[in-house]
Structure formats: C-alpha cells, structure tokens
Design a protein around this ligand. Structure first.
Ligand code: MN3
Length: 245
C-alpha cells in the first residue's frame, strides 16, 4: 500500500518555512521602506529666511543640491540592498565596513549630504522665530566658551577657516561641548573616516559650501556666517541638547 501521506516530513518543513517567510514578507518590506530616502519638505517657505538667506538660494539648495544627494544615495543603495537595513546614521558610522571603495565613497558623499542637509533645514527658522538657547544650553555654552559671543566667534572662525567646502559643527560629547569642522559632506559621526573616537551628538551645523551662500554673498563667507545666527532655530538646538542630559 502506498504511503497515504501526501507530503513527507522534509517537504512539510520546506513548505512551513515558505509559509513563515511569506508571513514575514509585509514586515520585511516595511523594514526596507525607510531606506528609500525622500526629499524632506521644509517647515518654512523658501523666502522665509530672507534677507539672511535668499529665496533662490534656498530653492536651488533644497530642490537641486539636496535632492541630488538623495537621488545618488538611492541609486547606490539599489545596487547594495544589504545596506538598506541600517538607519542612515548607523550606515555613516560604519562606512569602513563597506569593502567596495567606489560604493563607500558614494555613500560617504551622498549619505552624508542627505543627513547633513536634513539636519541643517531643521536647525533654521525665520528670524522672528529664531528664539534663544534654553537656560541649560546657554549656561553650558558660557561654561565651555566663556560667553555666547565668544562661542559665536569661535564657531564662526571654524566656519570661515574651513578650506573649500564643508561644515562647522557644535557637538555635545557627554557633558562637554566642542566646535569641529568637516570637509565636503563628511559627517561628525563617520567613525574611521572623520574620527576614530565618538565625537558625540551634533547640536548645530552650518553649511559653508559656496552653493549655500554664493548667489547673495559671493565671496563674502564671513558675512553669510554672521547673518546666519539670525535664523538659527534655538528651540530645536536646545531640544537636541536637552535630550542628552
Ligand atoms: Mn549644502
């Protein structure tokens, strides 16, 4: 008499595994969704930061430059889907683990570009909403730099002295505040690239690429840096700081 069982155990295990995989599919697809990066909308109009940053600069900066970083990042990740499971900040923190040098460089430049710009837009506000640092952040700035004016001077020097394109940053490292600058689209969290140590959490970042200011300020980067203080969103910056203490 033939075996009445329609499937043997090995087949059953295989079918069960397939069923389990199918059940997991929607979850897996969901987990991958954030890796397809999209251009975030600004919380204010292109002209909202005038006269400190002009509307055309904002529009080109956001719609063309930032968009291009995202397009290039998505194109790179489409060829390396195994990298899409990591949130962007973790991907940037583990760049040396990407063996393909061309891919690593593309993600360094464009992943950094996306992260830095997303952070930058959120750090800005129309001048009438710029506000002030929280009391705890203000006292930490006083303690680390002597005064708010001394902090602005030191930060401005880091921004102006960054040769070529790059960023100036205020970083919180434990209970210490530091000013650093990075080249190109490098991000302070790029371990093994920008730094071997953990630099901490960026609180404030200033884009000093010429595309950020050239239409209005031309070669006068120091004027752009001075004007930029008028449109810092201190509520957001203070919130980043408060979240760490
Ligand atoms: Mn830029």
């Amino acid at each position: 008499m033939p075996n009445p069982l329609p499937i043997d155990r090995r087949q059953f295990v295989k079918i069960s595994t397939l069923a389990a995989s199918a059940a997991l599919l929607p979850q897996a697809a969901h987990a991958e969704t954030p890796a397809v990066y999209q251009l975030p909308a600004l919380a204010y109009g292109f002209d909202a930061l005038e006269p400190h940053i002009d509307a055309m600069t904002m529009q080109i900066h956001h719609d063309k430059h930032h968009a291009a970083y995202i397009t290039n990042l998505n194109a790179a990740l489409a060829k390396a889907p195994e990298l899409t499971s990591k949130p962007l900040d973790q991907l940037l923190a583990t760049l040396p683990a990407i063996p393909d040098e061309a891919l690593r460089t593309t993600i360094r430049n464009n992943g950094g570009g996306h992260w830095n710009h997303d952070f930058f837009w959120k750090t800005l506000a129309p001048a009438e909403k710029s506000g002030k640092p929280s009391a705890t952040l203000a006292s930490a700035i006083d303690a680390h730099f002597g005064s708010m004016d001394a902090f602005k001077k030191a930060f401005g020097e880091a921004a102006v002295k960054r040769f070529g394109s790059g960023w100036a940053w205020l970083i919180q490292q434990g209970d210490t505040l530091k000013i650093v600058s990075t080249a190109n689209q490098d991000h302070p969290g790029m371990k093994g690239i920008v730094t071997d140590a953990d630099l901490g959490t960026p609180l404030l970042g200033l884009d000093v690429w010429e595309h950020a200011y050239y239409l209005h300020y031309q070669n006068r980067r120091p004027d752009y840096v001075s004007a930029w203080w008028n449109i810092v969103n201190w509520e957001v910056v203070s919130g980043r700081f408060a979240a760490k203490i």
